[in-house]
Design a protein around this ligand. Sequence first.
Ligand code: FAD
Ligand code: SF4
Length: 473
Amino acid sequence: MSEKTFPFLQFHRALPQEVPVSIRVLGHGEIHGGFANGDAGDQAARCIDCGNPYCSWGCPLGNRIPQWLQLVRDGRIEDAATLMHETNPLPEICGRVCPQDRLCEGACTLEEGGFGAVTIGGIERWVTDEALRRGWRPAMHTQERSGQRVAIVGAGPAGLSAADRLIRAGIAVDVFDRYEEAGGLLTFGIPAFKLEKSVVRTRRAVLEELGVVFRLGIEIGRDLPFAHLLDGYDAVFLATGAYTSVDAQLPGAELDGVHSALPFLVANTRRLLGTATTQALPDLAGKRVVVLGGGDTAMDCVRSSIRLGAQRVSCIYRRDEANMPGSRREVKYAREEGVEFLFQRQPLAILGGEHVERVRVAQTELVSAAAGRAQSRIVAGSEQELGADVVIQAFGFLASPPDWCAEHGITLDANGRILVGGPGRAPQQTTNPKVFAGGDTVRGADLVVRAALDGREAARAILSRLQAVTAST
Ligand code: FAD
Ligand code: SF4
């Protein structure tokens, strides 16, 4: 065995350069810089091309990872970007925000062998950033315009992904969104320290160059009736997300100083973007902030609170660290930045006069479940109270399909999500054959990469339908 044959013995796993903790908490910028060109090549060369691409199977999009790692190793950056775009319409975004430890990198053979996974996400991000910077653009699959038009409702990752596939196939695409910026939660939910907003704006500009039209600040159902889209377009893709906050029904949730996660994060993003805000951002300077919840949204809230000058930030979660739903990487960063984690604590009530003063919690014990994460059970007599000036509730989100679905023959499932697929329907097709849906509005709160997958697959199904309609006329 020589180092020449197995570069992973020579080059250890390395992430793109990281901004030191003492500096990164002073601002809201991304905490990773790029690879130097040679470094990305060395990291890509760590891939042993094991023959069973577990990484590709671990990626919801089925990215052809070993193949594009080979191109990066050979310095063929634009070719690698082209190959990435064949399966992933948003590689620079997924490279930044995917929980790689649970997906592609978690499945890497080198990780299994204890050598540290290839830094797949970091390379995907760097390659696309670099290719776009050099002027590379995704190629149109055809120069012919079909004359057919598709309306997309929602400019989040599901909508952007579908727009990419449709426009490159020669279909005219209008993307409607109620927000003033494109990106959905990429822009307004995920904080800038994970995903700089300029990255989303660059992707929007790339899509506009290809011909996608963004019609922002328009809420379908309020500013424009859905019937207008059904009448004026050949197909419609609904990608309206999941925005109903899970309500833990805690006594005291109505007190001053208690906030919901998403309005808090949106207000912070709008402040950074300098765009309109209807909700004031709470002043956290010098305050004791308690965040309730253990998912990625909770991690975004604790890390944003640190950057907003909170004196102490605690995260309360009812299970243990191993059973947290959030990415391990995010917990690590939060801890480095000074967040205190209180595991196996169940919040019972928020206490105070007019303003929050304390949170009552109880200790929990874990009971293993037949499937899924362990369940938590309160330990009798273990209650305690924690001082708090601000409480942020981050218990997750449920799908929130538009209330006009039923009147247009779009059926919901038993969990209130838009129903797609099933007998007699194409993947992502709703019970109205002209309407397709995907992303969080179909899955419930999930991941960017799976929203991108749904957009890609919806576009494929829409193209088949449009071709069939053309052939029959
Ligand atoms: P969204 O991104 O929610 O986009 C839906 C869009 O539809 C919105 O822009 C909305 O304004 C628009 N819309 C809705 N109704 C209408 C209407 N009637 N008319 C016009 N427009 C409408 N996932 C990860 O993979 N990694 C992460 O690190 C991560 N962090 C997250 C952090 C937070 C705080 C949150 C809340 C989620 C996070 N997620 C993360 C999840 C991820 O953001 C979502 O799964 C993903 O954005 C879903 O994409 P989508 O396109 O389905 O919906
Ligand atoms: Fe990994 Fe996400 Fe990229 Fe797939 S899209 S290779 S899961 S970072």
